[in-house]
Design a protein around this ligand. Structure first.
Ligand SMILES: Nc1ncnc2c1ncn2[C@@H]1O[C@H](COP(=O)(O)OP(=O)(O)OP(=O)(O)O)[C@@H](O)[C@H]1O
Length: 257
């Protein structure tokens, strides 16, 4: 049994098929979802963290259908890092991270010592302790992104889902966030636009194109010049990153020599 099994998921929105029969599994590895704008990456993630009910198919977390669980129960198993919601803006960093403990049954502000320890561990891991008392509304985009990760870690999930977590981050923080995610050794599904970050940090990638998974495998096997031409319409070449020994991609729009 895999930690996460996505079985034949389809999603229709406003009468349009957005996700078409996607199947994937993940177990203590990092699976990257890549694909052009509008290919369905966020929609697929939303079905997994129970924001959006699929039209067809099942999502099993630790062998149980997430859509058959109560939402709090599902939130103890799957944590999501998405763009922050307006209601977070009223909270301090510590309060925001503490909301990650709500699925564990405590009311906000009435945490046990276990809850406090989990919040502290999560804040340390995500590097947000030094602005613990600041209001979320006073933080930069990158700082908020790390608070979102800390909140997800405070949930102590077995599956972590991240939608474009490197969005607002400078290069140092992009790399440190992904290195941190790798060090957690939990099942992770992550959308990334930067294919070199996917190549550097993901064990496997799933390439989405017009709502279908058109390729799945190691970055080395999947992110080939042919596939990048077909899916992204760019001319690409592959090489080895001299610092890491991992796959590195370079591209042009196809018109340049
Ligand atoms: N609520 C909705 N109603 C109608 N169409 C929607 C809805 N949400 C998403 N879509 C459409 O579904 C398609 C997939 O969107 P999605 O956000 O999943 O793509 P994505 O791969 O995450 O894109 P991006 O890389 O631009 O973030 C898009 O064409 C989008 O317009």
């Amino acid at each position: 049994m895999s930690d996460l099994e996505v079985q034949g998921i389809s999603v229709e929105l406003a009468g349009r098929r957005i996700i078409n029969q996607i199947t994937l599994t993940a177990s203590t590895d990092i699976v990257g979802l890549v694909g052009p704008n509008g290919s369905g990456k966020s929609t697929l993630l939303r079905t997994i963290y129970r924001m959006l009910r699929p039209t067809k198919g099942h999502i099993l977390a630790e062998g149980r259908d997430v859509w058959g669980m109560r939402s709090r129960e599902a939130a103890r198993v799957i944590a999501a890092v998405v763009q922050d919601s307006p209601s977070d803006l009223e909270l301090t960093v510590t309060e925001c991270v503490a909301t990650g403990r709500v699925p564990h049954g405590r009311l906000l502000g009435a945490g046990t010592s276990d809850d406090q320890a989990a919040v502290e561990r999560a804040m340390n891991a995500a590097g947000v302790t030094h602005f613990a008392d600041r209001g979320i509304s006073t933080l930069s985009g990158g700082e908020r992104q790390r608070v979102q990760l800390a909140r997800a870690l405070a949930q102590e999930p077995s599956i972590l889902v991240l939608d474009e977590p490197t969005n607002h981050l400078d290069i140092q923080h992009q790399l440190s966030l992904l290195a941190l995610v790798r060090s957690l050794r939990i099942t992770t599904l992550i959308t990334l636009h930067d294919l070199n970050l996917a190549a550097a940090y993901c064990d496997r990638v799933v390439v989405l194109f017009e709502g279908s998974a058109v390729a799945t495998g190691t970055p080395q096997d999947v992110l080939t010049p042919d596939l990048l031409q077909q899916v992204f319409g760019v001319k690409a070449a592959t090489m080895t990153n001299p610092l890491t020994g991992r796959l590195h991609l370079v591209y042009t729009d196809g018109n340049q020599q």
